[in-house]
Every structure is written in structure tokens, then in C-alpha cells.
Design a protein around this ligand. Sequence first.
Ligand code: A3P
Length: 309
Amino acid sequence: MAGLLGSVFLLVLQTYAAPPEFIQVWPSASTSGPGLLANETVTPSLVPPPGTSKHTPHSIIIGVRKGGTRALLEMLDIHPEVAAAATEVHFFDWDENYSKGLEWYRELMPYSYPHQITIEKTPGYFTSPLAPARIRAMNSSIRLLLILRDPAERVISDYTQVYFNRLENHKPVQAIEDMLVRNGALNTRYKAIQRSLYDVHMRNWLLHFPLEQIHIVDGDTLIRDPLPELQKVERFLELPPRIVASNFYFNQTKGFYCIRSDGRERCLHESKGRPHPPVNSTVLQQLRSYFRQHNRNFYRLVGRTFNWH
Ligand code: A3P
């Protein structure tokens, strides 16, 4: 049965084409177009809207990868006082980017009006050993957002994302059980499992930031009922309450909430909210029991509990 479900999953997955996650909110620096000579270009982004400027972020969504980071950023972007960055920057965790300096980083941020705050997301930061100290060196009072979801679900979501990327790049793929189990035991060296050890990563952040500066969004709740989680973020960022229930509607086809704002309705990209493969129940139990103590450690670290199995 599991084999049959697995094949169905593979079939479903193969019908998807998942382009890289990218939302363009600002024209690219240089565009050639019809009517222009071959080497002639126009530079629309060099003309910022009057009264706007660029800033390093007031807040960063630091992760976790597959926690719902895109949904969180897009939903915060409903707020008129938020300017959301278009791309994941990887400034603080990739040495080659970090060496380019803060001015390079700032240039990648969106233009914002004086009443707006800039927010970017780079989900890799949460599990990066380098990011906390580097972010602190930039701005020790920055407000950090961390969205987490059930760690076992996150592993499956992580696997699914890598699976799609490999399919797209015509690379061989493996069944999830083959990634999760090595020599009959749980493969705790599998990166997707390591990324779900929230206590381990959180300890590193707490060496550099007080807990009050890191707001944790419950990613499982954000899926079921986004508004209350967003209202908590508004309070944390000291933004006036502007996000309201009518900004969300449930899309039956997608099976997720979508966004209604500025007279437009939009759902997240099809790579968000994909079907997950069925996982052998014994392996899933092993995975869940491996996380149990780590989860308890995490609850103690942050002084609150979550509904993780
Ligand atoms: P799945 O695709 O595994 O379901 P990230 O943006 O950090 O990569 O997280 C992706 C996850 O965001 C998705 O994982 C999905 O469960 C979750 N998510 C939360 N709210 C969503 C929404 N409104 N629409 C689509 N996906 C959403």
C-alpha cells in the first residue's frame, strides 16, 4: 500500500514544474526592450519613487527553512508600513556576500517611505553558525522573526523541496525512507533532520540576542488561521494594527489561505503547499521520538510550548 501511495506521490510530483521561489517587486536594474538598440538599456530602478530610500532591515525573518517564511513575509507585506525585500539575500551566512559589505546589502533592499519598516527573509540564517554574531554586529537591537512548525513535518517538507529541485535539474531522487534510515537506524546526519533540531540552533541565537528580541511565529497555526499570528507580529514590531480578517480567504483548490489586499487576490506560488509523500509509519515514529527530547529542551529555552508530536 505504502509502495502504491509512494508511486502516486511520485506521479503527482512529476506533474509539477517548480521554478525557484522569487517574487519580483521592483524592476531589475537594467532592462533592454523592443525599440532599443541591441546594447542600449534603460535603468528604471535608478529612479526611485520620490521620498523613498533604502535601509538595512529593521526586522529579519531568520527561518526556519520550510517553516512558512514566504507566507509570513507576504502576509506582513499587506501592512502599509512594511516594505518587504524581494529576494533572499544570504548576506550574513555566505562569506562571499558578507565580504561585499553593508552597502551592497542595503542596495538589495526595497525602496521604502519614511513611515515604513524594511523586512527581509533568509531562512538559512536560523541554522547558520555565523549569522547571529554578524547580524548583531550590524544592529544589536534588530527585531528577529522566527517561524517554526512541527519538526517532523518540516523534515518531510524539506525533503519534498529538495526532491522537486532534483527532479527539475534531472538529478536522481531517492525515496524519503532511504534518506531517513541508514543501516536500520534513523539517519541523524541527514541535513533535513539536523535543521529541525530547534533547541541546538536556538541556543546559538541566544548567545547573541535576548529572547525578547526573537519573536516566534507558530507556523502550524499560521497555516490554519493566519490573522492572530500576524496580529502578534504587528505588536512585536510595534506596528499599528492594520492587517484584518478580510485580508485572507481560504482557497479550496490550493487548500491554504490566500491574500486579498489592494483590491487583488493572490495565493502563494505552487511550490508552497505541495503534497507530501506518505512516510512509513515506523520510520515516522522513530523520527518523532528522536525530536521529543529536543522539543522539550526548546520549550524550556523559550518558555513556551508548541503542539508538536
Ligand atoms: P509545504 O509546501 O511543505 O506544505 P517556506 O516559505 O519557509 O519555504 O515554507 C513553505 C511552507 O509554508 C509550505 O510547506 C506550507 O505548508 C507553508 N504555508 C504556510 N502558509 C501557507 C499559505 N498560506 N500558502 C501556502 N503555503 C503556506
